[in-house]
Design a protein around this ligand. Sequence first.
Ligand code: 7TS
Length: 426
Amino acid sequence: MSTAGQKIDEVEAAVERLVSQSLADLRADFPALDQQVNGHPLAYLDNAATTHKPRQVIEAVANYYERDNSNVHRGVHELSQRATLAFEAAREKVRAFINAASKDEIVFTRGTTEAINLVANAWGGEGVAAGDEILITELEHHSNIVPWQMLAQRSGAVVKVAPINDAGELELEALADLLSPRTRMVALNYVSNTLGSINPVAEVVRLAHDAGALVLVDAAQATPHLAVDVQELGCDFLAFSGHKVYGPTGIGALFGRAELLEAMPPWQGGGDMIEQVSFSGSSYAHPPARFEAGTPNVAGVVGLGAAIDYLECAGIERVATHEHELLNYAEGRLREIPGLRIVGTAAEKTGAHSFVVEGVHPHDIGTVLDSFGVAIRAGHHCTQPLMERLGLVATARASFALYSNHDDVDRLIDALLKLTELFGDG
Ligand code: 7TS
């Protein structure tokens, strides 16, 4: 049998293993989970910040550097061709992952933050005038606030903010009232990183489009937990980060509808984004190359492709069901802790619970939990305006991934009980 044939058989066998394994078994694929922290086995519940990487992703990145490392789109030699093939194959995987119509609608970026900045600069650089409006929501991460404020500063546009209710749910009617003929863009997250609320994105898209506005979806916290389909959502732009879907840091993607990308000017100049350069002027390549100036993060792209393969083999629906069950289990158990209040009680939630404990600063919660090997996030979660809306300065947040299990939650609860004893004795 040929080497290529053997390779295909090996890959098929690996896929078969992955698909037939239970999610609990998949935990063994993540080397970082198997370690002691402060004398305890690690219970990692900071997945909204970043997820750990399965061996398959780590090996894909290592194999790339060991065998194929080369620059893309420019070499005629074998390694450059292999690197280019792997790079463009990963673009196709991203396309399929979010069901874009064409792989030319996928631009690789450093992550969600860079993707939003790209739109605010390239799309925003053309035709956003003084008095135009950008509508965001109270739930946004700083990366979906600040780029629009910077655009507003440059252009004289106005940033408006759609409110939420006390449960952390978007007020759709209020959002509709804030839409006007001057609204050019509605930018909102699909899932709140702080509260876990799932926003009714498809409905927002309908409302925005009826008002003549475009919609950018920050899907950083949606892609790890939900099946995301840009055509079903009808959105114009969508951004996500590789490191939150079991891929490497420093890589992510922007989806943009073909005709919008085609009409947008570049935002960074350099190699790979041009058609022709002369000292009298330059012309630009078609998207997506137009928005990918310079040597890209090829290894990151390869790793992202492997992460998408992994998540698809695990089955995003199966992951969603598992995480939903775990979120409910965690909610019930968190309610056992005296003085604890869950912040964010939206009817539709995924991925995370934020909470506060009476009389204990969230940073102290984080520090005490860490001493028991339980990793959570404490702070404002890059959502300071949301904290202000909620009348808080910070929360503690436990967030879940496909490998999270009941034991992680039980460890969280045990550590929280010890914390309340500690502070109760005060
Ligand atoms: N949007 C949302 C909803 C996020 O949760 C994050 C990161 C970003 C954008 C920015 O993503 P990046 O990959 O470009 O940095 N959120 C978090 C968090 O909740 N804790 O650490 C990072």
